[in-house]
Design a protein around this ligand. Sequence first.
Ligand code: UD1
Length: 413
Amino acid sequence: MRASHPLEGSVAIQGAKNSALKLMAAALLAPGTTRLHQVPDITDVAIMGEVLTAIGAEVSRDPDGALVISTPEELIPVAPYELVEKMRASVVVFGPLLARQGFARVSLPGGDDFGHRPIDIHLRAFGELGASFVTEHGYVEGRCGRLVGREIAFEFPSHTATDNVLMAAVTARGTTVIENAAREPEVQDLAAMLIAMGAQISGAGTSRIEIEGVDALHPVDHTTIPDRVEAATFLAAVGIAGGSITLDGVRPEHMDMLLEKLVTMGMSIHRGEGSLTASIGERLRSVDIATLPYPGVATDYKPLLVTMLSVANGVAIASENVFAGRFGYIDELRRMGADITIEGHHAIVRGRDQLSGAPVRARDIRAGAALVIAGLGADGVTEVSGVEHIDRGYELFVEKLRGLGAEITREFD
Ligand code: UD1
């Protein structure tokens, strides 16, 4: 891609990846046919489809694009290594399998470009609900009778652990309380679907979720919330390339902290009913950022924000408080001329007038998107390899950017 003209026009935001993957797992809780709308056509969804198929469900798209999941009475309670290794979010089938089958054999996820990512919070919570575990040959095997509700306090508000425990607890006997639960909008979306399926849940979206176990759930039709990280990616794009764009089908209230930061950086943001218009008429200004669980600035936004800071006026500190190892993309930004120093979990970013186009490699989804965005503002041609990482989370990324006027092409698959 080349340094682009200012971006203009509007773009439709896809359904949230981090919601859709969990909604797909939730379909395992109810035998019958579940229909999920606004599920993006991305690789991670395809992998989760393979996980569900391995477990015995049938997964397809109907003519209007909805994802249709047919869940049988008896599940095959195994999440195999080949799939969990490709996508660690597959561990989110653990809760539904324990709830439905009283047994689950799930491959332990390995490390990734974020560093060490354990699942101890998930397992400790399942243990408190009555499951017991053995770990051998790279798999965790969990067994239980009907799970029993308990008060569980999370050491850290893990997003996926909250989803997993929520799904395990909906059919447990009695009341489960999750203290220090994750508050992400995607957790609220999962709870909304589970409630529609017949679950009794209160407090989703707060740090205390209460679940009153029910005997069984029924399948539903559900629409996924919009993807706030995809939305953030297009906001970063206009911040870097300049111009004025409208995002359609967003929930601005899910992005409050980010929008505040962007305004401090000099962007104009107008909130509409399910839409956002963003523009920039001056050079971005530097601002310190620190990632935190929701409602803080999401760690998934950080590569985008660091990219913006690398061409902003001033010096800023960007601190990573969620994933210790999430700095892999910074060496690539440095290849494009960014002036960034790492001190522990802080990145010190000195803004340059312009980055310089270079060949760079994407190593994870958001870092890949950030490098593409960096290329929009860089002098000359930027060639991003490893685009399969971007395909894990973004539907029609190149086409959408081109639709806004970016000079970008995809050379091969
Ligand atoms: C989810 C998102 C990911 C996002 C992240 C943080 C999905 C599919 N992925 O990941 O895009 O970046 O939330 O918002 O929804 N931890 C433990 N033990 C555990 C679980 C987590 O120590 O059992 C630690 C992790 O190593 C990390 C922190 O807790 O340091 C946050 O992880 P978590 O919230 O679980 O992230 P994910 O749910 O995996």
